[in-house]
Design a protein around this ligand. Sequence first.
Ligand code: URA
Length: 248
Amino acid sequence: MERLQKVLAQAGVASRRKCEEMIAAGKVQVNDETVTELGFKVDPAVDSIKVNGRPIAKEQHVYILLNKPKGVITSATDPGGRKTVLDYLHGVKERVYPVGRLDYDTEGLLLLTNDGEWAYMLTHPKHHVPKTYHATVKGMPHGSVLEKLASGVKLKDGMTAPAEVDYVDVDPEKKSSVISITIHEGRNRQVRRMFEAVGYPLERLKRVRFGSITLDGLKRGKFRNLSKEEVTELRRLAEKSHNVQNTD
Ligand code: URA
């Protein structure tokens, strides 16, 4: 819920100050009732808001790709005062929210939008948009460990679905390895729990791909808008993954 004058200003009606004057003057209607109370709360996605009887412009949909740093919370607010992903979106005026989530300690590819339907498509458990992570572990897990991760690991909320798993980088000096894992589900802390289950707790976790979108060229802490084609392609992918699942 948002204050009415903020919603009016965001819709481009006038400055916040001017919008307050318009409310006080009885020029604004919410669900066909005139509202003169400043600070009246509305939900722009649900409430009908009019100025002098004419509906205000709907907020444009925006689609953002952020390279989330580690140590940042994936939510709009944090009661503990920690940094949130919204702190990185300088100049974005629309009220966007994350599409799914990355753990506080996970870095990498995060999508944000104000298009509820698109976000729903991409995160619904029935849609299996593949997500690829680079997981850093101590030592070098044997091929049989990777096979186990790929074929399914028993977690407390059930077996994991088949995944694609491969070595990305093995560094004998540092005695660590980077493993690529592509999953088609989105359970809470899934990748971390999978690696814990096979005896390799993660040192670092980074999401590098979401469907057709990668982090290529995007520095840590930076964001960019997705192109129309990228948005459409992700929607198509979610629909396709849904259909594949339904015909199984
Ligand atoms: N899996 C995890 O364990 N953490 C994430 O942030 C994303 C996937």
